[in-house]
Design a protein around this ligand. Sequence first.
Ligand code: SF4
Ligand code: SF4
Length: 154
Amino acid sequence: MNRKKLNELDPSFKEQVARQPGGEGLRVCFGCKACTAVCPIEPVDKRYDPRKIIRMALLGMKREVLEADFIWLCSSCYGCQEVCPQNVCFTEVMFAIKNLAVAEGCVPPGLAAQKTLLKQHGRLYEVTDFENEKREKLGLPKIVEHPEDYDALL
Ligand code: SF4
Ligand code: SF4
């Protein structure tokens, strides 16, 4: 790591993550890589490696983690939590990292679009008259959107 990169490190980053709800497990990771071994994302995109993300966070590579698009690849399957001998709860750590990323303005375009849909329709897929007419034919109740509830939550 060159000097410029070293100067960009933020030693407080690990504590910033650990202070987030669910982020505290980061401190006890001993790098066994069991999480990476079971992660379904890592085989299809090598940039996403749970153990590597923890190492990067512990080293203070704040910008490299928060600005990376790969942090949004986690499918939240909780497989890593099942196998972790240290009870790090890596899925929760990823939620903490993503929350920090959003707080720092690092929001992927897809997420912003989802937020807009939630605000407008209260769901990620708009339910139109077309869908409701099909539901009626199947004897299913009509879906009425309540975007105001989600807007209040957001
Ligand atoms: S399985 Fe747990 S202890 Fe092992 S590297 Fe992953 S998070 Fe760290
Ligand atoms: S929760 Fe995320 S990091 Fe953990 S195994 Fe699933 S995809 Fe991988």
